[in-house]
Design a protein around this ligand. Structure first.
Ligand code: ADP
Ligand code: MG
Length: 333
């Protein structure tokens, strides 16, 4: 069969982070989905962690690009270059693995094709896709194969994917382009409009992670933080104190959009599956699952118990890796 070094790997190609899972080893790489390029020569200068630290800090001849947007490929060549770099870093040069790679539910055939082609350009011998919420459910340890309904809500950087799953397949799903990045944008807009303060996306993300809350009410119990940016009136650097309530109200609309998507997905399922979900609860995965008070708020609105998966940021990669077992079955199709 295939020679040494042709391992199967799973890739969680996320809008915010890319994870590589090697069969038999587990997650071996976890880096931001960012590429720094020279604007004149198109040469790749840095990828991952190193490139992310350049966001908002690049001189005119360098750009830090996030090639994935809203869960899909926005910049094909840069995505392929990034995948190539990550695959080589994970496996060493010259390996041509079979790759299982995830895509959000509800992407078009063209978007799916683009992901498969990018993986092949990056060096994959063969590439297969798996729907992200399904992978998330496997990684969260949900009984996806059982004749019982499970619900998973994966809140990443670009999309929130909501799905009910039973008997090895997705029963109903929704993918909305509201997730971590939209929270960050809402925070940037809020500070600009209410405090005349301009902040960068890294700063907005740091505020969301440190003091962000899905509940405006419960944000009162969270300490505020000082934030630095540029005063839009004077153009000079400025430091102000922001309360957690401010941040919570900035992102509240987005939190409500996610809750609406969950409710709609529940409404679409059969009464049996809805009953199973009420019994077993909704499981949250993805980085957005860590937003403070999110489980309580979703639970209050849906009247269903809500849990955060163990290691929510790793679930999709683990599930994608687990599904490598099925790669031979997929090949026969
Ligand atoms: P993707 O799969 O799209 O790459 P991830 O599942 O890796 O996304 O999650 C990344 C998102 O989660 C980012 O928007 C990040 O800011 C957000 N995030 C990470 N930790 C937290 C936290 N503690 N609270 C709120 N959001 C978080
Ligand atoms: Mg993801």
């Amino acid at each position: 069969m295939f020679g040494f070094g042709s391992k199967n790997i799973g890739i969680d190609l996320g809008t915010a982070n890319t994870l590589v899972y090697v069969d038999g080893k587990g997650i071996v790489l976890n880096e931001p989905s960012v590429v720094a390029k020279n604007t004149q020569t198109e040469e790749v200068i840095a990828v991952g962690e190193e490139a992310r630290d350049m966001i908002g800090r690049t001189p005119t001849n360098i750009v830090a690009i996030r090639p994935m947007k809203d869960g899909v490929i926005a910049d094909y060549d840069t995505t392929a270059a990034m995948l190539k770099y990550f695959m080589q870093k994970a496996l060493g040069n010259g390996s041509h693995p079979q790759v299982m790679i995830c895509v959000p539910s509800g992407v078009t055939e063209v978007e799916k094709r683009a992901v498969i082609d990018a993986a092949k350009v990056a060096g994959a011998r063969d590439a297969f896709v798996i729907e992200e919420p399904y992978a998330a459910a496997i990684g969260a340890g949900l009984p996806v194969m059982d004749p019982t309904g499970s619900m998973v809500v994966d809140i990443g950087g670009g999309t929130t994917d909501v799905a009910t799953i039973s008997l090895g397949g997705i029963v109903s799903s929704r993918s909305i382009r509201v997730a971590g990045d939209k929270f960050d944008e809402a925070i940037i807009n809020h500070l600009r409009q209410n405090f005349n303060l301009l902040i960068g996306e890294r700063t907005a993300e740091a505020m969301k992670i440190q003091i962000g809350s899905a509940s405006v009410e419960k944000a009162k119990d969270i300490d505020g933080m000082t934030v630095r940016g540029r005063d839009l009136l004077s153009g000079l650097p400025k430091t102000i104190e922001i309360s957690a309530t401010d941040i919570a109200s900035a992102i509240h609309e987005n939190v409500l959009d996610i809750i609406t998507a969950i409710k709609e997905t529940l409404e679409e399922t059969s009464p049996e599956i809805a009953a199973d979900v009420i019994d077993h609860g909704i499981v949250l995965t993805g980085g957005g699952a860590l937003l403070k008070h999110l489980p309580d708020v979703i639970s209050d609105e849906t009247k269903v118990p809500v849990f955060i998966a163990q290691d929510p940021l790793d679930c999709v990669a683990i599930g994608t890796g687990e599904s490598l077992k099925n790669i031979d079955v997929l090949k026969k199709r």
